[in-house]
Write a protein that binds this ligand. Structure first.
Ligand code: 13P
Length: 253
């Protein structure tokens, strides 16, 4: 199955608009030279429009870090899929920081997924277990539960991307072992096959996220079942991010 590798940079709540423009300007010439790997960046909302202009004729995709499930109305401070769709190809849904710090549950995530798909924005659905669950041997069960309940009654998920981000590996410098990640990827693909059939399971791209950097990226990207990475901290450093994208290109996943 030919799944194009995807390296996604989640900038989280970092960079002013000026810094975002300058980071993209710095990385773009090098990123443009790398073929056969899709690169997507996820700056804060306020930088989406200026970064969109910079990326206009480039192969680099743009995405948002979150969205609300309603289209419009009295939801002070929120941004809808309707507002994002002219700017973004992707939207991150259900990041563990949203789940832990902003009370997002699988039901809310399901509503967001539906709205994103309706608007023609590809969701990157994030799943991940806590350290307690991992240590109790419940990682696979947790992921499968999160996946099934977030997808709920969604009829098809052809273009969805799923990111496995164990919570204990995010921003900690303790990246998960590639074998551990592959085991979870198998659980995800098996669950997708049960819900949507084998073709969907084979075509969906699965990313790993959690302390990925330009030193350890190759461990994941060389594995058949890992189709790319969702990168946090290292995506804010031009040389690191470019290094990760180059490794995706070299390993030819
Ligand atoms: P770090 O790469 O900083 O661990 O963050 C991972 C992440 O949360 C990406 O969404």
């Amino acid at each position: 199955m030919n799944r194009k590798p995807l390296i996604a940079g989640n900038w989280k709540m970092n960079t002013t608009t000026g810094e975002a423009v300058s980071l993209v300007t710095q990385m773009l010439p090098e990123l443009e030279r790398i073929k056969d790997v899709e690169v997507a960046i996820f700056p804060p909302f306020v930088s989406l429009a200026p970064v969109y202009d910079l990326l206009a004729y480039s192969s680099v995709s743009l995405g948002a870090q979150n969205m609300h499930y309603e289209e419009k109305g009295a939801y002070t401070g929120e941004i809808s899929a309707l507002m994002l769709k002219s700017l973004c190809k992707y939207v991150i849904i259900g990041h563990s920081e949203r789940r832990q710090l902003f009370g997002e549950n699988n039901e809310i995530i399901n509503k967001k997924l539906k709205k994103a798909l309706q608007a023609g924005i590809t969701p990157i659905l994030c799943l991940g277990e806590t350290l307690e669950h991992r240590q109790a041997g419940l990682a696979e069960e947790t992921i499968s539960y999160q996946l099934k309940s977030s997808l709920g009654d969604i009829p098809g998920i052809e273009y969805t991307v799923i990111a496995y981000e164990p919570i204990w590996a995010i921003g900690s410098g303790i990246n998960a072992g590639a074998d551990e990640v592959c085991q979870i990827m198998d659980v995800i693909r098996k669950t997708i096959a049960e819900l949507y059939g084998k073709a969907a399971a084979n075509s969906i791209r699965l990313l790993y996220g959690g302390s990925v950097n330009n030193i350890n990226a190759g461990e994941y990207l060389s594995r058949e079942s890992i189709d790319g990475a969702l990168v946090g901290g290292a995506s804010l450093k031009a040389d690191q991010f470019i290094g990760i994208v180059r490794q995706a290109c070299q390993t030819g996943i």
